[in-house]
Design a binder for this molecule. Structure first.
Ligand code: NAD
Length: 498
């Protein structure tokens, strides 16, 4: 099928935004009763629409509906039927990739090529992958050494009602990454998209309504974090929170969920190191290092945001990345040929520009970028900062924008020194190694304090690869068997036979 051009899609924009943002509660499509929230077109910096957010009372109804579905109809749905429903959801989303890509692009400013070719297909793949797990979650028999005769085994059961709270940087992918495993495991759900990006999650709710899920299994409550998010996190009928977002809110959730002992998975921020050794395929390393920080305008938790490069090749690598940064086509998500979109909001743009200024004041050089282009929208030019050091805020803190900080190392064999610097971060999400030396790759990989290590690539994200961080990047894994099991409780059963 040939794909419509960006212009054709632009002409159809009013149509695709026609249906209002509502809440999906107990199978009904309802108006929120909370305060009115604006969402934006970051490419233009204009208001795209307004919706009534979920109030505490709306979340209460959603949580009660989820509990009733869990104890009622959903408990009688077999694993194979859950798999079929998830597969059906994947099919329905795939059929509407064009519409969802456009909506995601309008609401986030991401290039249409990114949403259409990567993010929507990724969301579909995640749902299909998790559909497969619904029929494969088993306990196991165990041999014990107790006196007498025993039959002992473990059982996996759904953890219960899962509260799913997601950020704005990958709205549809995150929604799929949480709904997929939660539903596969047999949980019922209350999903809260970020207030800035309610559009694709709401449209997903419309899709779900017609697919055969019992009412109350999926509830979607777009709204403010401190209202709707807080109401989910404190609700007594919610058994687990799976949260992706900032470390500060993750820590807040640790405190608020303590009272009810809710299960908690936290996918938080990062400040991931990229280590480039002189023996690496430098052309590929340069290209990948640029992609790693500039894809999605740096609004990626796993972005390679701290570069450590062998001093002997540093000029070539840093100038190579700077050249690629300068060559990126920055523009609105629907503009033809655009590679790099805006940031999500004026606040985020100003925050990123503020960090660049702090870096300058602390003595960093600006090899490329460093400011906002002169146009409407929430843009920041792809930026490389040089001469940075460990105690600068731009090196320590997550910027969540298109800003790479660079440093060099002199002795490639002094792994203690290199790893000491790479690991000197409160975060521990991802890390990237570039070398042709197999032994060095392994030695560095096993000592990096990061949940995800990539060697000679910046990607490696797959629904079957567990993803999650160490330290202030959170705990618990998404994807893979671990990602589904995070929505289960394990019971051990011991039966005395003699
Ligand atoms: P955020 O923490 O402000 O918001 C994330 C979500 O939490 C939103 O839906 C928000 O409404 C909600 N929220 C806010 N306050 C809340 C509260 N008191 N109780 C419950 N929910 C609340 O984060 P953000 O600024 O939207 O997203 C950017 C952050 O997300 C970055 O730090 C980034 O690194 C992180 N992130 C992590 C991953 C990962 O997998 N590790 C992936 C993407 C983004």
């Amino acid at each position: 099928m040939s794909q419509p051009s960006a212009t054709a899609l632009t002409n159809s924009t009013p149509d695709v935004l026609r249906s209002p943002i509502r809440l999906l509660v107990d199978g009904q499509w309802v108006e929120g009763t909370g305060e009115s929230i604006d969402f934006f077109d970051p490419s233009e910096g204009t208001v795209l629409g307004t919706f009534a957010g979920a109030s505490e009372a709306d979340v209460d109804r959603a949580a009660r509906a989820a509990r009733a579905a869990l104890d009622g109809p959903w408990s009688r749905v077999t694993p194979a039927q859950r798999a079929t429903l998830l597969w059906r959801l994947a099919d329905a989303l795939e059929e509407r990739i064009e519409e969802f890509s456009l909506l995601e692009t309008l609401n986030t400013g991401k290039p249409l090529s990114l949403t259409r070719q990567f993010e929507l297909p990724q969301a579909v793949a995640i749902l299909r992958y998790n559909a497969g797990w619904a029929t494969k979650l088993n306990g196991e028999t165990r041999d014990v050494s107790l006196p007498g005769e025993w039959h002992t085994f473990t059982m996996r059961r759904p953890v219960g009602v899962a509260g799913l709270i997601v950020p704005w940087n990958n709205p549809i992918v995150m929604a799929a990454a949480k709904l997929g495993p939660a539903l596969a495991a047999g949980c019922t759900t209350v999903l809260k998209p970020a207030e800035l990006t309610p559009v694709t999650a709401a449209r997903l709710g419309e899709l779900i309504c017609g697919l055969g899920f019992p009412d109350g299994v999926v509830n979607i409550v777009p709204g403010l974090g401190h209202v709707a998010g807080e109401a989910i996190a404190t609700h007594p009928l919610v058994d687990k929170i799976s949260f992706t977002g900032s470390t500060a809110i993750g820590q807040h959730l640790q405190r608020t969920t303590a009272a009810t002992m809710k299960r908690l998975s936290l996918e938080l921020g990062g400040k991931s190191p990229v280590l480039i050794f002189a023996d690496a395929d430098l052309d590929r390393a340069i290209e990948a290092a640029a992609m790693s920080i500039y894809a999605n305008s740096g609004q990626v938790c796993a972005a390679g945001s701290r570069l450590y490069v062998d001093a002997r090749v540093a000029d070539r690598v840093i100038s190579g990345i700077a050249e690629r940064a300068a060559a990126l086509r920055v523009g609105g998500g629907l503009e033809e040929g655009v590679t790099t979109g805006p940031l999500i909001s004026a606040r985020q743009r100003d925050r990123v520009l503020g960090y660049i200024e702090q870096g300058r004041e602390a003595g960093a050089g600006v090899a490329v970028g460093g400011s906002a282009p002169d146009r409407p929208g929430f843009f920041v030019q792809p930026t490389v900062l040089t001469d940075t050091h460990a105690d600068m805020s731009v090196v320590r803190e997550e910027i969540f924008g298109p800003v790479l900080v660079t440093q060099t190392f002199d002795d490639p064999d002094d792994l203690d020194a290199i790893l000491g610097r790479a690991n000197a971060s409160e975060y521990g999400l991802s890390s990237y190694i570039w070398t042709r030396d197999l032994s060095r790759a392994h030695r560095v990989a096993r000592r990096l304090q990061a949940g995800n290590v990539r060697v000679n690539t910046y990607s490696g994200m797959d629904p079957n690869m567990p993803f999650g961080g160490f330290k202030a990047s959170g705990y618990g894994k998404e994807n893979g068997r671990e990602g589904v099991e995070a929505y289960t409780e394990l019971t051990s059963v011991a039966i005395r036979l003699d």
